[in-house]
Design a protein around this ligand. Structure first.
Ligand code: ZN
Ligand code: FE
Length: 240
């Protein structure tokens, strides 16, 4: 276990992640630069890499300023190279990305966007899930099809239960309300809800969760098939 993954709250509800292994630091999805730079100064580290999951502004807007300050190498999806900052490593499903001694395998997860990718550090049991899988939720299906998003979530559901799910937003209490409307009697969900409400009451992050926790309580991972997934995703879009 050599990889440390630390969530960094940015904007109103985004998380960038700081990944550290063997003296190397990488930043995942910097929505803005100033808080990342402040964190790095405070911890005396210089980021060498930036890992991007998808092209949305709230995941890449801090890249130019970080490059100006640190000159990091940028890693992102080859499929979206035309709408990402210039990539030093363009990757696709099955490619490997190193952070110090830690190695991630790239998983294509189209749905939220067509080029969305996740990074799975298998030896360290860390999944960078970004806007595909959230604590008790999943990303909106904006560019891909419902079937694509369902298939992407099935790939993540197949990872070992102890895998940490490092997602891109703090949407958990909203997700909890919807999940309870779907499965009010789910005891694992109720237990997680108690835990997450307590964390948020202290303004602490509800990330990372684990694949096992999501399998037990996340209505989108618990959908039996693509049709049920689509029904739930559409219901969530208009849920208040
Ligand atoms: Zn997004
Ligand atoms: Fe986002």
């Amino acid at each position: 276990m050599t990889l440390i993954a630390t969530p960094l709250p940015l904007l109103s509800d985004n998380y960038a992640w700081v990944l550290q292994s063997a003296g190397v630091t990488a930043i995942v999805d910097p929505a803005e630069a100033a808080p990342v730079i402040a964190w790095c100064r405070q911890h005396g580290v210089t980021p060498q890499k930036i890992l991007l999951t998808h092209h949305h502004d709230d995941h890449i807007a801090g890249v130019p300023e970080l490059l100006a300050v640190y000159g990091c190498a940028v890693v992102g999806a080859r499929a979206d190279a035309h709408r990402l900052p210039a990539l030093d490593q363009a990757v696709e499903e099955g490619d490997f990305v190193e952070v110090g001694e830690a190695v991630a395998r790239v998983i294509d997860t189209p749905g939220h966007t067509v080029g969305h990718i996740c990074y799975h550090f298998a030896d360290d049991r860390v999944l960078i899930a970004a806007d595909t899988l959230f604590t008790l939720g999943c990303g909106r299906v904006i560019e891909g099809t419902m079937a694509q998003m369902f298939a992407s979530l099935r790939k993540l559901a197949a990872l070992p239960g102890a895998t940490l799910v490092c997602s891109g937003h703090e949407y958990t209490l909203d997700n909890l309300k919807f999940a309870l409307s779907v499965e009010p009697g789910n005891e694992a969900l109720q237990e997680q809800g108690t835990r997450y409400r307590a964390l948020r009451a202290e303004d602490r992050p509800t990330v990372p969760s684990t694949i096992a926790d999501e399998l037990a309580a996340n209505p989108f991972l618990r959908a039996r098939d693509a049709a049920e997934f689509e029904k739930r995703r559409l219901a969530k879009n208009s849920f208040r």
